[in-house]
Ligand binder design. Structure first.
Ligand SMILES: *Cc1c(COP(=O)(O)O)cnc(C)c1O
Length: 481
């Protein structure tokens, strides 16, 4: 397919702008002014629309195909929520920053405040900041809050404990904030090894970060005990709540003993995501951590008005401009109200039932390193297929030819040739059955005609890419680069 620059024809235009009726000003210094026109592609509007429409048709998306990418919750999100987000599109984020501006933004502030109250109810926490712009950003915010809490108590802490099955952003966030990471191996029962955890715990541990359920799709039955041990050492318990669609309405991290949690609104609470954005990772905390939340805090006074509180000296400061990714907050708010308590419970039940259905349908065909009832996702290994020279990657490529986006592969790192499948709550049994049939076909081919799998994908515009070379040797095709 031609690049947009290759389609450029000198002089072709997609817009027609009237001549400026204001005097030309040159406020910029002469040496900063462009001497030649920018080398942008020149296309008609129709050329442009076709270019991007055709590109998008070569893409897998949740609108076109089943997308069982483990750990990502690629689910259907009701379209009506786009309308809800659109209701706020005309709202200028600067308004509330003006003196008295809060009076014009009561509705917007109300959405954030009420969403916060709902998320507190769902997680069992006391207050929420909606500022963080992604899950990983929420983790960073959370670790900064933890560090500020320890500083205020005069605690000297060096370590953050993470299980080796944790999502990679957990140790990365803690390390970015200056902590040393202590990694606890996974026991044969699929959870952080409890004895090794107890040995690793000491008074220099600032926090224990747990992805729950973990990236094997398993929920650690010892969480209460782990929380109690951590608290006895004046360490805080951090819950990575990106996978909340596994427990929502069934169990609350706050009740289990966790002190702080981030959520991925763009996974659990509607908002199509992928390709890097957009995201929203609110952080909810227990009472003792409220003073450290990002500024400004949003409060509701007794007369029912919402206000942005001035800077609190203990606060970690601002984590995002304006209100965070407000459109995502509006979608999440509407989604929660739309589904209600019963609906959210059904989401979790359906996500877990779907994953267990896939797991039991495929366990005779693929190795299952941790054969336990799973939560919202399950992790197979292609170790058996590897004996025939077929890797998890080959199975993933085969699925593409059959119209399915591949599951996550080679993650979690603790499973050899991992195939991590998250069906989500929104897929029908017939879609799951079609996927299961193709996974079985792949397993049978791997056993009888492994060479057939090594050629896939055959129906795509390009087959196997050298992904390392693609990242290392970027072809300079855009004259702007
Ligand atoms: C997706 C995910 C994250 C990171 O969230 P981003 O929004 O991609 O930064 C963290 N932890 C878990 C368990 C996740 O699934």
């Amino acid at each position: 397919m031609e690049l947009i620059f290759e389609k450029s024809v000198a002089g072709r235009r997609g817009v027609s702008l009237p001549d400026a009726d204001l005097p030309r000003t040159t406020e910029l210094p002469e040496n900063l002014l462009r001497r030649k026109a920018a080398p942008l592609p020149e296309l008609s509007e129709l050329d442009l629309v076709r270019h991007f429409t055709n590109l998008s048709r070569r893409n897998f998306s949740i609108d076109t195909n089943f997308y069982p990418l483990g750990s990502c919750t690629m689910k259907y999100n009701p379209r009506i929520l786009e309308d809800v987000a659109g209701l706020f599109a005309g709202f200028h984020p600067m308004i509330a920053q003006l003196p008295g501006g809060e009076s014009y933004t009561q509705g917007t502030l109300g959405v954030i405040h009420e969403l916060g109250a709902l998320l507190c109810e769902i997680t069992g926490m006391d207050e929420v900041t909606a500022q963080p712009l992604a899950g990983a950003h929420g983790e960073m915010t959370g670790i900064m809050i933890i560090a500020a809490w320890h500083r205020a108590r005069g605690n000297k802490k060096r370590f953050v404990i993470v299980p080796d099955s944790s999502h990679g952003t957990n140790p990365a966030s803690a390390s970015m904030m200056g902590y040393e990471i202590v990694t606890i191996p996974t026991a044969p029962y699929g959870d952080m090894d409890l004895d090794l955890f107890k040995k690793a715990m000491n008074s220099e541990v600032a926090a224990v970060m747990m992805t729950c359920p973990n990236t094997l799709g398993l929920f650690n039955p010892h969480v209460r005990e782990i929380c109690a041990i951590a608290h006895a050492h004046d360490a805080l318990m951090y819950y990575d709540g990106a996978n909340l669609n596994a427990i929502m309405g069934k169990a609350r991290p706050g009740d289990m003993g966790f002190d702080i949690i981030h959520l991925n609104l763009h996974k659990t609470f509607a908002t199509p995501h992928g390709g890097g954005g957009p995201g929203s990772g609110p952080v909810a905390v227990k009472k003792g951590l409220i003073p450290f939340l990002p500024a400004p805090r949003l409060t509701k006074s007794s007369d029912g008005n919402y206000a942005l509180e001035p800077h609190n000296p203990l606060s970690i400061g601002r984590m995002a401009g304006f209100y965070g990714n407000f459109g995502i907050l509006a979608r999440a708010y509407a989604y929660i109200i739309m589904l209600g308590r019963e609906g959210l419970i059904r989401v979790s039940e359906q996500a877990v039932v779907n994953a267990n259905y896939l797991k039991s349908s495929l366990k005779d065909y693929y190795d299952l390193p941790y054969d336990l009832p799973c939560m919202h996702e399950c992790v197979f290994s292609a170790a058996r297929q590897l004996q025939q020279g077929v890797h998890a990657l080959d199975i993933a490529k085969f699925l593409i030819d059959r119209g399915f986006h591949p599951p996550t592969i080679y993650f979690p790192l603790i499973v050899k040739e991992a195939i991590m499948i998250e069906p989500t709550e929104t897929e029908s049994k017939s879609t799951l059955d079609a996927f299961i049939a193709v996974m079985k076909e792949a397993a049978e081919l791997a056993a009888k005609h492994p060479e057939a799998l090594l050629q896939s994908p055959e129906k795509m515009p390009v087959a196997r890419l050298d992904e390392t070379r693609a990242a290392r040797e970027i072809k300079v095709c855009c004259p702007l680069l």
